[in-house]
Design a protein around this ligand. Structure first.
Ligand code: HEC
Length: 397
């Protein structure tokens, strides 16, 4: 019953997380685009950044942006903050349901590092917190005065997180944590910097004093960081089902490559939308494509494991599957964590094993994603036997 309810909790949370995320990222993309589409008119004074006209859903919209603030506050002002908060909250609870509740299966891989569930959960929460503190200090330090140096600093911080996570957690958990690490920085930017600065501006206006332009500039810097970080975060969140990336021995480099490629893609779109495409914007997209191509080549390196061995009898393969996989992947699993075979994958009959040969190769040979958390303690030799069997045509007679 618990497994059944946890599954429902996971599904509903994922749904909520996706919805909040779409709302957040959608409005983030929209506002960055809106900013770039602003055009200054002859009559505009210095307080106005420009105007944008749009047509959508049967009507025309006219938007004007005030650089610091209007002289008088309107009666009704719309804020955009709950999208970010709810994305983070639903994401954190979802992570707790899957990776903390099921820490032994999903978070920990004893062949990466021996951790107790409590240690692993502590490291998870502590690292997310530390990530924000380091990032914020970096932005406030002298490095933060220089956009290029700061970008490099943030990239190095993310690189350090990638290396740390793949050496602490299971491959799948490592990628989710890289995403959560960046996502926490983004949500904290909204919560601790962007919204409070906007509140200070509003308070100053209500008091009749001039708001400090530095508040707006700081918020704008953080908001731009968030914009560049969105694509990599989304990749990490969907990478969960692709051991081709998180199961690779150089997975930290794969993750970093995606962070760079995603940032480059945003760079192109930001400049393109602003109609200010310079050479950096022009090379960004081809460079991103090259980076992705390089990742495909790097991750393809391991395919073919176990080929060229002596003919493997199916009986030997079946024995390995029965001992290492069947406790979960059976019509009636004996592992108490599962009431039904996870992902609907069963290995009861020889035909089932043959049918899933390619998946077995992906999950248990090319990568060591399965057995989950290596709970059934599969050996490298056994992985090679499975690989050789698949390479020899996955025969079952
Ligand atoms: C402790 C339980 C457990 C054991 C043992 C286990 N698995 Fe899994 N397996 C799972 C879970 C849970 C999932 C679903 C993962 C997810 O939701 O992404 C899964 C998913 C899979 C999938 C489908 C993946 C996909 O996304 O399409 C394959 C294939 C698979 N396992 C193969 C194996 C093989 C081969 C073995 C033995 C070498 C094995 N598993 C051992 C729990 C287990």
């Amino acid at each position: 019953m618990t497994a059944f309810l946890l599954d429902w909790a996971g599904l509903l949370l994922r749904w909520a997380h996706l919805l909040a995320g779409i709302a957040w990222i959608g409005s983030s993309f929209y506002f960055i685009w809106l900013d770039s589409s602003l055009r200054k008119r002859k009559m505009d004074n210095d307080a106005i950044a420009g105007e944008s006209w749009m047509v959508h859903g049967g009507g025309f919209y006219q938007v004007e942006k005030y650089l610091v603030a209007p002289d008088k506050l309107p009666d009704e002002l719309h804020w955009f903050k709950y999208e970010a908060y709810f994305t983070w909250l639903t994401g954190f609870v979802l992570m707790a349901v899957i990776y903390y509740w099921g820490a032994e299966a999903f978070l920990i891989n004893s062949s990466v590092m021996e951790l107790t569930p409590l240690q692993a959960i502590g490291l998870s929460i502590g690292s997310l917190f530390a990530g924000w503190v380091f990032y914020d200090l970096l932005c406030r330090s002298p490095v933060g005065q220089n956009t290029g140096a700061l970008a490099l600093g943030v990239l190095m911080l993310v690189a350090a997180a990638c290396i740390a996570y793949v050496n602490l957690f299971s491959g799948r958990a490592a990628f989710i944590h890289i995403g959560a690490f960046i996502g926490t920085i983004m949500a904290a930017n909204v919560f601790f910097i962007i919204i409070p600065n906007q509140k200070k501006t509003v308070a100053a206006l209500l008091e009749g004093t001039a708001p400090d332009p530095a508040w707006g500039l700081q918020a704008k810097q953080r908001s731009l960081h968030n914009n560049y970080l969105t694509l990599p975060v989304l990749f990490m969140m969907i990478s969960n089902h692709y051991p081709i990336v998180f199961g690779h021995s150089l997975s930290w480099l794969v993750a970093l490559g995606i962070v760079i490629a995603g940032g480059l893609m945003r760079h192109f779109f930001n400049q393109y939308d602003a109609a200010k495409l310079n050479w950096t914007g022009r090379v960004a997209l081809p460079l991103a494509a090259l980076a992705v191509l390089a990742l495909i080549v790097v991750t393809g390196n391991r395919i073919g494991t176990g080929a060229g061995k002596d003919e493997v009898p199916f009986a030997e393969v079946r024995q390995i599957i029965v001992t290492r996989c069947l406790s979960c992947h059976a019509v009636v699993p004996s592992d108490e964590g599962f009431e039904e075979a996870p992902a609907g994958v069963v290995f009861d009959k020889p035909e089932d094993i043959k049918r899933y040969a390619a998946n077995i190769l992906a999950q248990a040979v090319i990568t060591d994603t399965m057995p989950l958390g290596n709970l059934t303690e599969m050996t490298e030799d056994e992985r090679e036997v499975l690989g050789a069997w698949v390479a020899q045509g996955a025969k079952i007679d």
